[in-house]
Design a protein around this ligand. Structure first.
Ligand code: ADP
Ligand code: MG
Length: 691
């Protein structure tokens, strides 16, 4: 018998190479192993006929091996095994790379299950590459539904299946944080049953039932953590920021434009919250370019007016700097407001009508004196830089930070024990049901209409050589004095910072399609001063074209940029494409967005949604429908995975979890009667606060 706390080295079937592989994956205990959740399942009860199996999407087939042999590799040292597999409906080429042992295991005449994706090859026609396989008579291991695990390095898919299936059989008990009562109310299996269903399901429905149990736990824990920090914050209280009407009028009069109705409503709601001693927790949601910054600036000015400090956190240095410049412009026309910019490479203070470069220590001293506006990256604001009289904390593009960091900031206490008001701003349009779950503790303000005079961004999907159209457009825009962004996807796993993809693309363009134009390069590996330098040249027009990774995704405001071209567009989510597209169309010049791709079929259809609408909400819903699984709202970007099993489409589970959480917070707010649950919630809160 195995226990979940046992080390994986106790698993008798494991060989040395596999042990090393698991160690690399940071799988230390059986528990870690069980928490490698399947990406999907192969349903062997529901096979696609070989003759009509579709290309470019996962398929499961059953067929007989007609022939199998080693073929000459295109490079030496690459071993290729080619096979032909057929059923009554037709036959298919199959190829495996670097698995020479297959020749011993797979023989002509054998019946096997295959699972993978078929692509169309110029010479070989329809070809299934590196599929997972199971002998058709080996139902003992495969069952009728077999999990497909995420890539696990040296541990082959098949080994992983066998390993986990055998481990799960040897586990007798798993401590369950949910009481029987909660479980029965929500109609959920026990934790052990859930893991059994996930790793060794008898049907897809069975597997799904298991996954939903874990999803429930994730939503519940999350809601409880939010609820309990909100209770903490409420009982600590917040500093009051009285509403000053004559100042508000003066501020509005000083603006270069008139506020839209939505902007007015959002500001008004914030002012009412700020005037209370219960901490505000408001989410300001508005599509890219809808004008959220001015709402923030207005609130910050009001806080300063009350004799206190307001801080704003931005997710990148570029954005922090840009905010400092524009917010400073807004706030100082109506009042002489000192503004401190705090990023790791650039610290500046505007005070007494002058701009000063300052050192870290000077910045800290000034922050400690209070009564100012601070704008910075989160790293700096976390340290002991938070002014003691901070009455309002604003988080821009909050999806970038993840919930954890938002939490950390919102419970940051001032020396007097009060908790600052919190305003979160996001351009990620979240469907309401989901927003309630993720941000259920926040009040919502929406900016739905954009400022007047904005032209829709003309969007076009370009396949193959149609790319030329984008390059032509870029040339003609640059000739008019405008600028263009070209965004590249990450090309391989090892290139996390996008150095390779962006540099190679820049080189290719400079010596080919965009020869003669000035191209700047921006990727994650550049030092902050270099990043700034490139960005600044782009802002000033010294550089015509900025080739970059998705670092430009959030917030960057360069009105003269009128073309956004995105390479490998199929690799991005629609919501992310929409964010990227929002970097152009920020002036009254017409702008265009080109989505360049070599995708086919469904992937291409998905991109066409972008041609049809400029409405972020429509796009978000569409994204959710099409990519239902996986990435829950950029949670993966936040660096901390809270939702591993849960999916954005789990509305039923969300509702159940919300109900349970509310009941628990009412009946047993400190979870003294639910120690198991309390432990998980505390753990979540702690990891959040440590970031
Ligand atoms: P986002 O919501 O994406 O953060 P910004 O706050 O950066 O958008 O605003 C985008 C642009 O629109 C900025 O240049 C800003 O000055 C301008 N803007 C904001 N509000 C208005 C308005 N009411 N009328 C005209 N222009 C506005
Ligand atoms: Mg913004």
């Amino acid at each position: 018998m195995l226990s979940v706390t046992d080390s994986v080295s106790l698993i008798p079937e494991l060989n040395k190479a596999q042990k090393t592989a698991l160690k690399k994956l940071e799988v230390g205990t059986i528990w870690d192993l069980l928490n490698i959740l399947p990406r999907r399942y192969d349903d062997y009860t529901n096979c696609t006929p070989v003759g009509s199996a579709p290309i470019n999407q996962p398929v499961t087939l059953k067929g007989t091996i007609e022939e199998i042999k080693q073929a000459p590799g295109f490079r030496r040292r690459v071993v290729m095994i080619r096979a032909k597999v057929k059923d009554d409906t037709g036959s298919l080429n199959v190829i495996w790379f670097n698995q020479p042992w297959l020749l011993q295991k797979l023989k002509p005449g054998m019946e096997i299950f295959l699972s993978g994706t078929i692509s169309l090859r110029p010479t070989f026609g329809r070809q299934l590459s590196n599929p997972i396989w199971e002998p058709a008579d080996d139902v003992k291991i495969a069952g009728s539904v077999a999990p497909v695990y995420p890539l696990t390095g040296a541990v082959a898919q098949k080994t992983m299946r066998e390993l986990v299936a055998s481990v799960i059989e040897q586990i007798e008990a798993i401590a369950d944080p949910l009481t029987d009562r909660i479980r029965t109310d929500a109609e959920l299996p026990t934790l052990l049953e859930a893991y059994q269903a996930i790793h060794h399901p008898s049907s897809l429905i069975h597997a799904e039932r298991g996954r939903k149990r874990l999803a429930f736990d994730e939503f519940l824990t999350y809601r409880l953590a939010l609820g309990s920090s909100r209770n903490d914050a409420n009982s600590a209280g917040a500093p009051k920021v009285p509403f000053d009407e004559s100042f508000a009028k003066k501020f509005v009069a000083s603006l270069p434009f008139e506020l839209t109705d939505d902007q007015k409503r959002a500001t008004w709601a914030s002012f009412q919250d700020l005037d209370q001693t219960i901490p505000m927790r408001r989410l300001l949601q508005g599509d890219v370019g809808s004008g959220k910054t001015i709402v923030a600036a207005f609130a910050m000015a009001m806080v300063y007016r009350s004799g206190q400090t307001a801080v704003l956190m931005a997710p990148t240095e570029i954005l922090a700097k840009q905010h400092a410049l524009s917010i400073r412009r807004f706030v100082t026309t109506a009042d002489q407001v000192p503004v401190l910019l705090l990023t790791s490479s650039d610290k500046r203070l505007w005070e007494g009508g002058k701009e000063h470069k300052v050192k870290l220590q000077e910045a800290r001293d000034r922050a400690q004196q209070g009564r100012l506006v601070v704008i910075g990256t989160h790293a700096l604001l976390y340290r002991d830089m938070l002014p003691p009289d901070t009455a309002l904390a604003i988080v821009d593009e909050q999806h970038r930070f993840g919930v954890a960091q938002r939490e950390a900031l919102s419970v940051a206490r001032r020396p007097d024990g009060l908790v600052p008001h919190l305003l979160s701003m996001t351009a990620t349009p979240i469907p309401r049901s989901l927003a309630l779950t993720l941000y259920g503790d926040l009040d919502l303000s929406l900016i739905r209409t954009k400022p007047k005079g904005r032209l829709p961004i003309r969007t076009k999907v370009l396949v193959g050589t149609m790319r030329e159209q984008a390059y032509d457009a870029i040339r003609s825009e640059v000739a008019k004095g405008h600028r263009a962004f070209i965004v590249c996807p990450l090309i391989d796993e090892s290139d996390k910072l996008g150095v390779k993809s962006a540099s190679e693309e820049a080189k290719r363009l400079a010596s080919g399609p965009l020869k003669g134009l000035t191209i700047g390069l921006l990727h994650g590996k550049l030092s902050p001063p270099d990043k700034d330098g490139v960005m600044q040249s782009f802002v000033e027009g010294l550089v015509d074209i900025l080739v970059s990774t998705t670092v430009v995704e959030v917030g960057v405001d360069v009105p003269e940029a009128t073309v956004m071209a995105i390479e490998g567009a199929e690799r991005f989510g629609l919501a992310q494409l929409h964010q990227l597209r929002g970097r152009v169309g920020r002036s009254d010049h017409p702008s265009s967005c080109y989505l360049m791709s070599d995708a086919e079929g469904l992937a291409l259809d998905r991109l066409k949604v972008m041609e049809q609408t400029n409405d972020g909400f429509v796009i978000a819903e569409e994204d959710l429908k099409r990519r239902g699984e996986g990435n829950l709202l950029g949670m993966q970007q936040s660096g901390q995975v809270i939702f591993k099993a849960a999916r954005a489409t789990d509305l039923d589970v969300m509702v159940k979890a919300k109900d349970s959480a509310e009941k628990l917070l009412e009946d047993d707010p400190d979870l003294t009667l639910h120690q198991g649950l309390r432990k998980v919630v505390e753990k979540l809160k702690q990891t959040s606060h440590q970031e």
